[in-house]
Design a protein around this ligand. Structure first.
Ligand code: FAD
Ligand code: SF4
Length: 510
């Protein structure tokens, strides 16, 4: 029997049982297609990173003796669509069985299922063997429940997979050290060196440009830093454990113009394209901690583990429990356009200038920059969640819809009405000032709510709560905010709302 197996660009999993044995009748295929480069404008580093990792993966499989077909973007035989290329190969090689790994994105899942219905040969979908959970697991866990509380799912995961447990209890008796993960980065703390990897990806960059693919962001093609092989991803994991883990917990939420990366792991791209698995990451980090328990505080390790077996698996579960309706949700009826400076970073607001600037330069911003700077502002500005989604889906190297949309539409924009977050993540400038060094060199005045150069976050924050009062005031986590608003005198409130209205009328000029 002749078999064709499809490997998508985010399924570069060397550990998959598909590759346990070699068989000349099994054909593998990877393809660079316009279907994938064009569904949103992606960051140039994202397109290059995925294609480069696919090319290496293909070479490694060939070296191991597997038979692999590879369509480059400029291949004359490339139909630029996954089903069309598959059709071609099935006919050319007299394939009797088509197999694919379950995709992580709904649109690809639908496309491949529809494609299989057109086949007159057998077909089979298999697990991608990457995640801790199945697609349905979270939905089953919360069956019949009104809320999908991440913390209860996280504790279930810790117990089920025996991560940092002593019998049925968490090691040290405490499940969550979130409160220890909120320090500002002091000036005297040095940030260790990252790896000095510098791939030359000029050829690939030229190919993408010549093909006319529309991309965003910038890149130095002779100095590409992201991992594009499993070996490099493992080296990054090792480096994270040795140099960054120790301070990860303390400064996880800190933002600074001194560094785009802080103490973060930068492992999301490698994990999302499956060069390494979440279990490998968690096991390595916990092992490292056991080895150096005297030096590394449990809050750092728990804070990191929670992101992976908690948030990452939780977001995937929400995605499969709620798609496709999730992609349409807009609970606050927001319809504004995203300010134009989201695409070039040219704003006088220093926090946004930095968060957007580094996203354009590196295809990276860490979680709090995404949530409390770019996401926060988009929400305060009443931006259409479709616009916000498109931006996040394009700009980050790790942006794949299952984890992007749940974070953006759910956690960041509250467009799901509270499935992911129990209240909107908005803040005035106080939070940004507390957690960053951005405000001290800003054009705007952080402490001012009204008047010339008043920080836009301050009036927009109150405007947001005022205009969504009907929907939000009954939320027990928000009542306090309305009590503070109600205590302000009429003139103060009017001035704040007027200031916000002026800003909203001139968003592109901020
Ligand atoms: P670290 O801070 O080192 O964390 C370790 C790992 O934990 C990450 O690599 C990631 O796999 C996981 N993780 C942490 N937070 C989350 C989370 N909220 N959801 C899922 N996994 C998490 N992450 C993506 O992988 N792709 C996205 O497209 C994406 N879009 C986001 C959009 C918004 C609006 C927000 C608020 C967050 C988004 N995140 C996304 C989550 C998070 O910001 C990134 O995973 C993280 O910044 C990646 O950098 P890192 O590897 O250095 O992470
Ligand atoms: Fe951002 Fe306002 Fe601080 Fe400027 S003053 S950096 S706009 S929070």
């Amino acid at each position: 029997m002749k078999v064709l197996r499809l490997i998508l660009g985010d399924q570069l999993n060397h550990q998959h049982s598909w590759f346990d044995s070699k068989n000349p009748d099994i054909h593998y295929v990877l393809m660079e297609v316009r279907q994938e480069t064009d569904y949103v404008p992606h960051h140039i580093q994202k397109v290059v990173g995925i294609f480069a990792a696919m090319r290496n993966f293909c070479e490694e499989l060939r070296d191991q003796g597997h038979q692999v077909h590879y369509f480059t973007l400029d291949d004359a035989a490339n139909e630029q669509s996954i089903p069309d290329n598959l059709d071609k190969l099935i006919k050319a090689h007299q394939i009797n069985l088509f197999e694919y790994q379950l995709p992580d994105e709904y649109r690809l899942d639908e496309q491949l299922r529809e494609f299989c219905q057109t086949l007159d040969i057998q077909w089979k979908a298999v697990d991608s063997e990457h995640f801790y959970t199945t697609r349905e697991e979270l939905g089953d866990f919360f069956k019949g429940k009104k809320t999908y509380l991440m913390e209860s799912f996280y504790r279930h995961m810790r117990k089920k997979h025996d991560v940092m447990m002593e019998g049925k209890e968490p090691v040290s008796g405490q499940w969550n050290y979130d409160k220890s993960n909120r320090k500002k980065l002091p000036e005297h703390v040095d940030i260790p060196q990252r790896s000095s990897r510098n791939h030359d990806v000029s050829e690939l960059a030229d190919l993408i440009e010549q093909a006319g693919v529309k991309t965003i962001g910038s890149m130095n093609p002779s100095n590409f830093q992201w991992p594009i092989t499993r070996r490099e991803a493992l080296a990054d994991l090792d480096l994270f454990c040795k140099r960054f883990l120790k301070s990860f917990g303390d400064y996880q939420d800190a933002m600074t113009s001194r560094t785009p990366f802080g103490f973060h792991s930068l492992l999301s791209f490698a994990m999302n394209v499956k060069l390494i698995s979440p279990k490998e990451v968690v096991d390595r980090v916990v092992d490292h901690w056991h080895q150096y328990e005297q030096e590394i505080d449990i809050s750092s390790v728990e804070g990191f583990v929670r992101q992976i077996i908690g948030w990452r698996e939780y977001m995937r579960g929400i995605y499969w429990a709620k798609m496709p309706d999730y992609a349409e949700l807009n609970s606050l009826d927001h319809t504004n356009k995203l300010p134009s400076w989201y695409w070039d970073g040219n704003t006088k607001m220093n926090c946004l200038h930095h968060a957007i600037g580094q996203s354009l330069d590196h295809a990276y911003a860490h979680h709090i920059q995404r949530l409390m700077i770019t996401g926060n502002f988009a929400l305060l500005a009443g931006t259409d969640p479709n616009e916000v989604d498109q931006w996040y889906l394009g700009i980050y190297i790790d942006a794949i819809e299952w984890v992007e949309i749940t974070n953006t539409r759910g956690m960041s924009q509250f467009a799901d009405g509270g499935i992911v977050g129990t209240k909107p993540y908005v803040s005035s400038s106080n939070y940004i000032h507390k957690m960053s060094d951005y405000c001290k060199s800003c054009h705007y005045s952080q402490s001012k709510k009204v008047g010339e150069k008043a920080c836009p976050f301050n009036s927009l924050y109150w405007n947001f709560y005022d205009r969504h009062r009907e929907q939000l005031e009954k939320n027990p986590r928000i009542g306090m905010i309305y009590r503070t608003w109600d205590k302000m005198d009429h003139e103060t409130k009017e001035a704040i709302l007027q200031q916000a209205s002026n800003y909203l009328d001139h968003l592109d000029d901020l």
